[in-house]
Design a protein around this ligand. Sequence first.
Ligand SMILES: Nc1ncnc2c1ncn2[C@@H]1O[C@H](COP(=O)(O)OP(=O)(O)OP(=O)(O)O)[C@@H](O)[C@H]1O
Length: 274
Amino acid sequence: MNAQNITPRGQAVAQHTLISIEAVSKGYGTGNANLAVGSVDLQVGRGEFLSIVGPSGCGKSTLLKIIAGLVPQSSGTILIDGRPVQGPPAKLVYLFQQYAKSLFPWLTVEQNVAFGLDPTVARSKAERHARCMDLLGKVGLAASAQLYPYQLSGGMQQRVAIARALAADPKVLLLDEPFSSVDALTRLELHDLVLSLWESTDLTVVLVTHDVEEAIYLSDRVAVLGPRPSTVTHSYHTDLPRPRDPVATPAMERYQLLRIELLERLLSGRRPKP
Ligand SMILES: Nc1ncnc2c1ncn2[C@@H]1O[C@H](COP(=O)(O)OP(=O)(O)OP(=O)(O)O)[C@@H](O)[C@H]1O
């Protein structure tokens, strides 16, 4: 398979880079001697949905935290919209693994979402309520606005966390394994929810995942990180039609080929030689 396969959409995206990761490395320990991220070069287009996959411990979460301005890189540069990242950038939201746990248990669903609102956009109480209810409608939780997180299922809590993230009206959404703690059917529902929200905005999404199928289904492009100290070893434009469908898309030949290719990349070096 051609790793450089560029779709028309991919070409359009590539012309408008929003996030530019240039020779970024990260070491931990004394003098940063313990390299986790080797030297990563990666561009993310404005409005692109990019997934990053790689073996456990290769530095995927570390890279995401560096983009989010939560962890400083040891060397290299990250530019967002041409500006170097120095601390958490405005209009960027980072959703942690099991982010439902980040909800405030003493606040109602609506109050949790209101916490994320941009105060310059929704000033009055009525405006804040209307914006929260709009967001909760989008994630299918308008009827649960006055409930508390403990009264919701895990999948519903994830949807509240997504609504709260979108309340900040972000331009960039960083997702770190956000679907790993829910059951398989809920995961499929959350995939389609995130896709429908992404498709209705100009949001740029970077997703870190272990799940090759999730990466293919959601993304425009999948970047593969090699083992620690990691570099980007391959990049695949998924080149699958949108809107994606949880039954029809995985049945496509292109999807199957990508799945095999990515699994072979990730498993190479791990399987015993025959
Ligand atoms: N704060 C830290 N201090 C020291 N080492 C760290 C720290 N955070 C991460 N590491 C190390 O850096 C390496 C990369 O960790 P990271 O969590 O980024 O990898 P990952 O690819 O996201 O892993 P996984 O897929 O298992 O979640 C690991 O070896 C980890 O032990």
